[in-house]
Design a protein around this ligand. Structure first.
Ligand code: GSH
Length: 254
């Protein structure tokens, strides 16, 4: 559980579940899906990442990294999407989104998704399309630098700031990491409907948004038949439609 004390204390008086999220954000998608799977009511605070609505004093006052998603639950601020979905599943037990057996394996999948976000997912998505869409003006760059204190994020965003661009080397590094993860996922899905067996769990909900967004960036999944079968199975699932498609029908068009 990653709880932060916001400098914008006004959010501490919010009642119920409030999600600060982005339509096109894969990290937000996993939280929206979990809220839907649990049948929970929540209040939406949408931030348009292409308009850089996350880069504001107001939002950095809630999430110190300026990233979506942020969940505010009865005034307590939770960040980090994989921790948020774990928190929701532990707080709202029904229906359970963890396996009866295999807790460590499931949590390892969540940790893996978190750990490759800045090293592989973000570079792949920015290099293939997003860096053109979120070009900052000089004033916006100065604002971002003043607000952002997370060095890893500063370093990442400097790669596409002021005329810089992520390129072939970033893509090559991302591909190595992603190939490793998807080979592992392909193996895990052998003879299994879902990543942990017969039931959908947080592991599936954590990884399907990554798959969805990477498909929109042209990532080649042709050599992963189990992953393709698994991803197709989501299409008839309401949480996928409500958590992903309703907000972002086709990432390739973003
Ligand atoms: N580890 C964080 C990553 C969150 C993250 O990077 N969110 C992206 C969208 S998926 C974002 O807010 N991007 C805007 C930016 O980097 O300024 C989490 O899982 O919540």
């Amino acid at each position: 559980m990653v709880v932060v004390i916001p400098t914008d204390t006004s959010v501490q008086s919010l009642k119920g579940l409030h999600l600060y999220h982005g339509a096109i954000s894969n990290c937000s998608m996993r939280v929206r899906m979990t809220l839907f799977e649990k049948g929970l009511e929540w209040t939406s605070h949408h931030l348009d990442l292409k308009k850089k609505e996350n880069i504001s004093d107001a939002y950095f006052g809630i999430n110190p990294n300026g990233l979506v998603p942020t969940l505010v639950h009865n005034g307590v601020v939770h960040i980090e999407s994989n921790d948020i979905i774990d928190y929701l599943d532990k707080t709202y037990k029904e229906p359970p989104l963890r396996p009866a057996d295999g807790e460590d394996e499931m949590m390892a999948w969540l940790k893996l998704a978190t750990s490759i976000h800045v090293s592989a997912i973000k570079p792949y998505v920015y290099a293939t399309k997003m860096q053109q869409k979120v070009q900052k003006t000089a004033a916006e760059e100065a604002k971002y630098d003043a607000l952002q204190t997370n060095e890893e994020l500063k370093k990442f965003h400097a790669k596409h700031a002021g005329g810089n661009a992520l390129g072939a080397a970033d893509m090559a590094r991302s591909k190595v990491i992603l190939e490793d993860c998807f080979s592992k996922l392909e193996k895990a899905l052998e003879g299994r409907e879902w990543m942990m067996g017969d039931h959908i769990t947080l592991a599936d909900i954590s990884w399907i948004p990554v798959h969805f967004v990477l498909v929109g960036c042209g990532y080649p999944f042709e050599n992963y038949p189990n992953i393709q079968r698994w991803a197709n199975a989501f299409k008839s699932r309401e949480s996928y439609q409500e958590g992903i498609i309703k907000w972002c029908p086709d990432f390739s068009k973003e």
